[in-house]
Design a protein around this ligand. Structure first.
Ligand SMILES: Cc1cc2nc3c(=O)[nH]c(=O)nc-3n(C[C@H](O)[C@H](O)[C@H](O)COP(=O)(O)O)c2cc1C
Length: 354
């Protein structure tokens, strides 16, 4: 299968299949209303300094595409959305481009449209340090995401299935680069033990990409005309659970991008409450751009930001980081999860990553 064809099929099936069937479990969390917020909405400030750049909104369009000229216009439009909203953007995997020296323009269009913005490169964690340097140079990237996608590759007929030496390779890449390296999942989440292993190896930037949103094993199976079994279709750590594992494993100054099925102002507020430094919203922004265009995608993002502000007002929070200290009620399967993992429910309900 040609790489270019695969890139187009990923977009086609991501849009066709939508989210799930795994649940993000955001619905298991409830905020406690503050009837004395003592706050003027004009004082709520969503802006944040992230990876050396000031963002108006602490949101990312996470990695989607690149690598064939057929997707240049999609990346141009996504970058226009990022530029107009003052948010970050990651490009899709640059692996094929740096390996075969093809279709750089499908990526560099992002830097052209978002010249001073926060732009992240993206590569397989199996890439070489030289490929990583080329990926960063191609975009003058502010950081590089190394994607972890064993579940996707497993269901991809032409996928890489040998992960021996993966962490050591990631360390080699990090040591060869002058920009931060983000350990990124792709829809199955990062568990406490792997956060801890990555931290012990010197990684301090993470994108949890939990289950409940875009589902890559399902996309790869659909590309082959098949349907995934129910168990594997729901595989992975739901986004709320991988964020809770982040609360357990990560120091408060580690960087955590929350992604995977983040779909509403409430989801965003809850992700910040669970310790996120920024959120990634990918499938829905891709859909808006492809089906309705840049203006509709910008309006969608601005609506999310307004909704987030509404939550913050009702909780008395001036900045997203303040949400880490608001009390939460945790019920349902997420409460069972905390129990099974031996996490301190009372402590987590009071504050997280502070
Ligand atoms: C069409 C498509 C292509 C993607 N390609 C990549 C990729 O090349 N590298 C990567 O790290 N993640 C890739 N992702 C995963 C996203 O970056 C993100 O982690 C995932 O979609 C979860 O976010 P969502 O539920 O908001 O869509 C892709 C997602 C989509 C929808």
């Amino acid at each position: 299968m040609q790489r270019a064809q695969r890139k187009l099929e990923h977009i086609k099936y991501a849009l066709q299949l939508g989210d799930g069937p795994a649940d993000t479990h955001f619905a298991d969390l409830r905020f406690i209303h503050n009837c004395l917020p003592e706050l003027n909405p004009a004082d709520i400030d969503l802006s944040a300094e992230i990876l050396g750049k000031r963002l108006r909104l602490p949101f990312f369009i996470d990695a989607i595409t690149g690598g064939t000229d057929a997707v240049t216009e999609i990346n141009r439009k996504l970058a226009q959305v990022a530029e107009r909203c003052g948010m970050g953007m990651a490009v899709g995997s640059q692996y094929g481009a740096v390996r075969d020296c093809v279709s750089f323009g499908s990526y560099t269009v992002v830097r052209e449209e978002h010249p001073h913005g926060l732009v992240l490169g993206n590569l397989s964690a199996l890439a070489t340090p030289e490929q990583a340097q080329a990926a960063v140079a191609m975009l003058q990237a502010d950081a590089l995401e190394l994607h972890l996608n064993a579940a996707q590759e497993l269901w991809m007929a032409e996928g890489d299935k040998d992960y021996a030496g993966l962490l050591a390779n990631m360390v080699r890449i990090r040591e060869a680069l002058g920009v931060p390296v983000i350990a990124k999942e792709t829809g199955c989440g990062i568990a406490e033990a792997q956060y801890a292993e990555l931290l012990a190896s010197g990684f301090t930037y993470f994108d949890c990409a939990g289950a409940g949103g875009t589902n890559f094993p399902a996309i790869e199976t659909a590309r082959q005309g098949n349907t995934l079994s129910a168990d594997f279709a729901a595989w992975g750590l739901p986004t709320v659970w991988t964020l809770l594992d982040g609360c357990e494993a990560l120091p408060s100054d580690a960087f955590l991008l929350a992604s995977g099925g983040v779909r509403s102002g409430g989801d965003i507020a809850k992700a910040f409450a669970l310790g996120a430094d920024a959120v990634g919203i990918t499938g829905p922004i891709l859909r808006k751009v492809v089906e309705e265009g840049v203006d509709a995608a910008v309006a969608y993002v601005e609506d999310l930001a307004e909704d987030l502000k509404n939550y913050m007002l009702l909780l008395g929070c001036r900045a997203p980081r303040d949400l880490r200290k608001v009390p939460l009620v945790i019920s349902g399967a997420t409460r069972n999860y905390l129990d099974c993992r031996g996490y301190n429910l009372q402590a987590i309900c009071q504050s997280r990553r502070v």
